[in-house]
Design a binder for this molecule. Structure first.
Ligand code: SF4
Length: 326
């Protein structure tokens, strides 16, 4: 059986885990291609208009897999830690895709439910039950698959903390590859904030990573910091956040500014994203308090290349002048 993993949303966080786990269950795993014009326009056509662009892209990625996959992997990721949730879109994703599956002639969906809100150990049992019910595996076989997947995920995260970006480690992308870097002494350290499925999807963000690096930025991204450090730093806010991925973003800006690690920050957020719009205020406040220049880039399926390039050029120029004047 061939199972397709859409190259969107939590692909950028958990591909090593999912790929290893599903392979160990005896499945052939394929991923959809990089986001492109066709994939995004498929998604935009079929998804509800008010959804954020990465979720729209997810629909398109499911469509890109329908000819070659016998099933599509769409987990329902409710919670990845105690007393916190993911974005509501991740809770409803299998239902949203199932609602259009017949119309789009999608193959069956594999939709394990993952919820660690009450107890982290639940995660293991949820995967064991999934492996048993869907593929008739024994408990021991399922546990072995989970352990191997954990090792793959840990190696991936260790590489990120050593300074790699997800796009350096995940299957090759022709976008987001930097062709030219200016000499080191002129480079500015810029914290690039946002959800990985936004900042690492080169098509959605118009190749933002490569453009920033080619303009002289040395990028710092949240994945380069250990998860526990980010979670600790995220507590430095007036009210506790209960979305895990937003806590990571908040932890990153707190950690970077508190340790004077960056000269500026670029925050990429999706139009119509509820969680991002709430923490945007906190991020702006933090950047202002620590006198770190900040630029927010709101993206949707209509974002144009010319506007983006002009804005980031102006931002980098401003950072250069600030540094020179200082
Ligand atoms: S957090 Fe925002 S960008 Fe991410 S899936 Fe939810 S609404 Fe979309």
């Amino acid at each position: 059986m061939r199972v397709g993993i859409p190259r969107s949303l939590l692909y950028y966080k958990y591909l090593p885990f999912w790929k290893t786990f599903l392979t160990r269950l005896g499945l052939d795993v394929e991923t959809s291609p990089m986001t492109n014009k066709q994939i995004l326009s498929w998604g935009v056509k079929v998804a509800e208009n008010e959804l954020c662009v990465p979720v729209k892209a997810f629909y398109g990625h499911c469509m890109a897999l329908r000819e070659t996959s016998d099933a599509i992997f769409v987990p329902r990721v409710v919670s990845v830690e105690e007393r916190a949730y993911t974005c509501p879109k991740f809770l409803g994703l299998p239902d949203m895709i199932a609602a259009v599956a017949e119309q789009l002639e999608l193959p069956p969906l594999l939709t394990p439910k993952l919820n660690q809100r009450e107890k982290p150990s639940e995660f293991k049992w949820q995967l064991i039950n999934f492996a048993r019910e869907q593929f008739g595996l024994s408990r021991l076989e399922a546990v072995a698959a989970i352990e191997e997947a954990r090792v793959a995920q840990r190696r991936y995260q260790e590489s990120l903390v050593r300074g790699h970006k997800p796009v350096d480690l995940l299957p090759a992308s022709r976008l987001n590859r930097t062709r030219f870097r200016p000499p080191g002494e002129k480079r500015k350290r810029i914290g690039l904030l946002g959800h990985p499925y936004n900042i690492y999807d080169g098509y959605i963000t118009q190749n933002l990573i490569a453009r920033l690096e080619e303009m002289g930025a040395e990028l710092v991204v949240p994945e380069m910091t250990d998860h526990h450090v980010l979670m600790d730093a995220a507590t430095d806010v007036p009210k506790q956040l209960y979305w895990t991925y937003e806590k990571e973003i908040m932890g990153a800006i707190n950690h970077w500014t508190g340790n004077r690690m960056i000269d500026g920050v670029v925050y990429v957020l999706a139009f119509a994203c509820g969680p991002d719009s709430l923490i945007q205020v906190l991020i702006e406040h933090r950047a202002k308090t620590y006198n770190v220049p900040m630029m927010s880039l709101t993206i949707d399926e209509h974002s144009g290349e010319a506007g983006l390039v002009t804005r980031i050029e102006a931002f980098i120029d401003m950072l250069m002048r600030k540094k020179t004047a200082a």
